[in-house]
Design a protein around this ligand. Sequence first.
Ligand SMILES: Nc1ncnc2c1ncn2[C@@H]1O[C@H](COP(=O)(O)OP(=O)(O)O)[C@@H](O)[C@H]1O
Ligand SMILES: [Mg+2]
Length: 337
Amino acid sequence: MRVGVLFGGDSEERDVSIASATQVVHALRSRGHDVLLVDTARGAVSAASEPVALTATVPDMPPSRDSLDQLQATISKVTVASAVLGTDVVFLALHGGSGENGQFQALLELTGVPFTGSGSLGSGLAMDKDISKRLFTAAGIATPAWAIWDSKHRDQAQAIGYPLIVKPNSQGSTIGLSLVRSPVELAAALEMASRYGEVLLEQFIAGRELTVGVLDGIALAVGEVMLDPDSAFTYQQKYQAGAVQEVFPAQVSDEIAAEAQRLSLVAHASLKLDGYSRSDFRLDSQGTLWLIEVNTLPGLTATSLLPQSAAAIGIDYGTLIERICGLAIEKAAGRVP
Ligand SMILES: Nc1ncnc2c1ncn2[C@@H]1O[C@H](COP(=O)(O)OP(=O)(O)O)[C@@H](O)[C@H]1O
Ligand SMILES: [Mg+2]
């Protein structure tokens, strides 16, 4: 196959995307596929510049907004979409921003080239945490109490209660998120989250952090991120090798594992997703599973959570990447899942 790999881009998750793409490209080539590599912020990457463009490690901190703004103007997104015309499938190794929120998906839908993951509608729904949570609730899935911050309603935080989570409504990688333990910390948390648009206030669920991948209508293995139950999973913990232990399969009862898997499939369907996704939960001390979010373009290095969730049921990384491409081609050909 000739695969157009879109990566990089101008979202805060640019560096994470570069790490995903580095391993996706390697896996595709080692299975005999041709790769056309395109940075959605910089354009096509030549063979000579590939060693500089791709790197498997993620720096400690996300790139600054200034550096991303400088990239933003360099190339038109339409030029990027036209660069991948004529490939058999486009692999979205993008995270966050226009790569994950449905905008690139809409552009690709108009070109007619098959692309991996969910369509524009599902991507848009999943990227908006407020809308997602309304759909989870309608589907009978427990999700922490929440409100979109409105400066005219100053009692919102009291109504949710402390501790609470303040986070951007449409970000990823824990960027802009704070665990707020008392009212004095609220203003700074709101200021930080509001740099990324609408802000969500959410009940903090102390407990264990569980995650489940979905691939082709099947729930993969349940995993656990071994965090202090009174904390949130940070950017550094997500991307620095060995910063936190991740256990697949999670050491939970068969009932909890089956319920997490069931909920991940219901959540995937509730947002009208395709191909693959990863649902993140908190498990509280009463045994209740709370859905935090569904990721439509979760991290895809070989040691990322979704690939671990697949590996734990015997789907190796190369097979996973190839399967994700196959699903995109089947969807474009009209296969009903
Ligand atoms: N309501 C919550 N209760 C407990 N922990 C939370 C809550 N919301 C977020 N977190 C913690 O913060 C992490 C990132 O939050 P999440 O909503 O998944 O945002 P992102 O899209 O940035 O990954 C979660 O993995 C979890 O550890
Ligand atoms: Mg998350």
